[in-house]
Ligand binder design. Sequence first.
Ligand code: FAD
Length: 469
Amino acid sequence: MVNQDPTNPSHSLFDQFVQTQTCKEVQRTFSELCHHLELDPRDYQSFYTKLKERLNYWKAKALWIKLDKRAQHQDYQQGKVCAKTKCLVLGAGPCGLRTAIELALLGAQVVVLEKRDSFSRNNVLHLWPYTICDLRGLAAKKFYGKFCTGALDHISIRQLQLILLKVSLLLGVEVNTGVEFKGFVEPSEATDCMCFSSICMSFSPGFRWKELRGKLAIGITCNFINHHSAAEAQVAEISGVARIYNQKFFQDLLTEEGIDLENIVYYKDATHYFVMTAKKKSLLKMGVIKQDFSDANQLLGQANVDQDALLRYAHSAAHFSTGHRLPNMQFALNHAGQPDVAMFDFTCMHRAENASLVRERKGKKLLIGLVGDCLVEPFWPLGTGIARGFLAAFDTAWMVRSWGKGKPHLEVVAERESIYQLLSQTTPENISKNYSAFSIDPATRYQHVNLNSIKANQLQHLVPMCVHG
Ligand code: FAD
């Protein structure tokens, strides 16, 4: 058989690429693989096809079967529908990368900018069933064998980013890490008149946000090293225990440890991950917060937090809630080499008033869309971040598809805003249950979708007159 030699360097480079566990190594092995196969990753339109042709390896073929199944979906029109569209994705978080993948499948030229040069977030995300199905369809298990095995429905942020980064690269997305987006440069007269679409994650000129303010809510996350011992394997996860459902547990925690919580979650993943909502009074009493302030920024500012007391608080809460059965609890380290414990305020959450807009300079058009946390900040106890983030990624891709098909710009934005009305109401129960049929077409995902609920004439402020298309 041709090219099935296990010592074939391209096979071993492919294996390394699939298995590697850091962002830098993914980029390095990918670039070596491309070099070895004499492939130019910037040749985005034919990169994936050529890669498949040149890498005649059974393990790679198993991956192509998965990716081809997705790529052959009618929505993408064989990658021709956006072949003239250039897209810039700001931020290689899970939602930015998920968007990039869909845009690449539509045939667009996609460039991702990410200011960090490593993926280091240990925190573990609870996934809705549809996102598990979606990620399986992108061959998540081939990149991460433990992906959602058995009853597990969670994954660490960094592992999710790694999977999506690998898929993005294979589909011809250009990912630049260590590059911070600072702003747009206006087009010069010399640039061509191709439409330029941008999906903006964190820098979003022209958008406005609504603030949703609840009562003071202080979250604490902490990660402990998972030694993967038999004793650790015995300890049960806590998929979410709230005060109203288990008064005794929280009362005992208060009596024995002086810790007063509203809820706590524990997931066993690459780390032992805990997230909890703590009451301000007990944080003050235990010396974690030094002084009481009504302003949440001042209250939780670095100067007002005793870091050692915070570590003790988080450690005790984690130890107690697992029945003191987790042995040898050592904090995992964060990107800065410090114990991975963080305290944050989620009293206030933001939601963008609009999901898209069009700008025009010197006759060149720029369609800007928001996805992920930048569009709707999630409420962590509901685990809505990835689920709604991916829905918005698909909706954004649908918008870019309409743009690529030449639909009038005002209508493109009106359709996007009509779909956006549904996002904040989505729950695992009210979205469509036929997960395997989910595509970028909103009708496959939302049970009742009206693409014309917002009329174009209500949105003229988002699309300059001269680009009404
Ligand atoms: P992010 O993950 O924030 O990624 C944005 C990226 O943009 C980052 O990599 C950043 O470095 C980069 N960036 C920022 N500025 C620039 C710039 N100027 N130039 C270039 N790059 C830039 N979600 C769930 O689904 N389930 C859960 O159980 C869950 N639990 C959570 C628990 C906690 C405590 C918290 C805080 C969040 C939780 N979430 C959960 C939310 C989830 O983490 C987010 O929804 C998800 O990470 C959002 O992905 P994103 O791509 O939108 O943004």
